[in-house]
Design a protein around this ligand. Structure first.
Ligand SMILES: [Fe+2]
Ligand SMILES: [Fe+2]
Length: 214
């Protein structure tokens, strides 16, 4: 994705948060408290998915837009979803990666990334900003819950599992974004002639190219 498109998508997502104090908070977290500085260039991983410059920005925009689509669908089917929380939570869910990874001299995991991990680091960074910006307590807890639960399972390094519609939706959009980008990467790497990958421990399955649309 071209960088300019990603940056304007990111800014438009923030601007689409309707509750002004929350929109102001997300702007402040990224642009006043310095998260944006690394966030807009960082990879989302050291290898495997979005492991390239701007990968974290691309992944976060993709998760937010996917999560908005899921939220709108379920709102129409009678599930009350707080769209502002979904957008804020999706944009903030992986901020800990800016401290868990370093890109100089080459992409690698920091010591803190190894021993504290990006979910705990993201939670800490978010809570620090929330305190400085005096974000309301209930909104703070709801977004903290999205950040802490976004991997969906305790064995996948989330200390809590998603308990709200907003957290379930961000977790699902995050997981889907990872799996689809990993599928694309694998298909590109096995070449046009091959149908299936070998067993991939990361996704605990072999991946199939599927059939072409007619
Ligand atoms: Fe994550
Ligand atoms: Fe993520």
């Amino acid at each position: 994705m071209p960088y300019d498109f990603l940056e304007s998508s990111f800014r438009n997502l923030i601007a689409s948060i309707k509750y002004q104090p929350l929109q102001d908070f997300v702007n402040a977290a990224f642009f006043k408290h310095g998260i944006w500085e690394k966030f807009h260039v960082w990879p989302a991983a050291i290898s495997l998915h979005h492991a390239y410059t701007n990968g974290l920005l691309e992944h976060s925009v993709s998760v937010a837009e996917g999560a908005i689509g899921i939220s709108k669908h379920y709102s129409e089917f009678g599930i009350p979803v707080n769209l502002d929380l979904v957008i804020a939570g999706a944009l903030l869910h992986d901020i800990g990666k800016t401290e868990a990874y370093s890109i100089f001299p080459s992409p690698s995991m920091t010591v803190a990334g190894n021993v504290i991990e990006h979910i705990s680091m993201g939670y800490y960074m978010f809570m620090h900003c929330a305190e400085l910006e005096k974000l309301e307590d209930d909104i703070t807890m709801a977004i903290a819950h999205i950040i802490l639960s976004h991997h969906g399972k305790r064995e996948y390094s989330s200390p809590v599992v998603p308990a709200t519609p907003e957290a379930m939706i961000v977790n699902t959009a995050d997981d889907l974004d990872f799996k689809l980008s990993y599928w694309k990467l694998q298909m590109d790497s096995i070449g046009g002639g091959a149908e299936m990958t070998d067993y991939l421990s990361l996704v605990e399955r072999k991946l199939w190219r599927g059939i072409k649309p007619r």
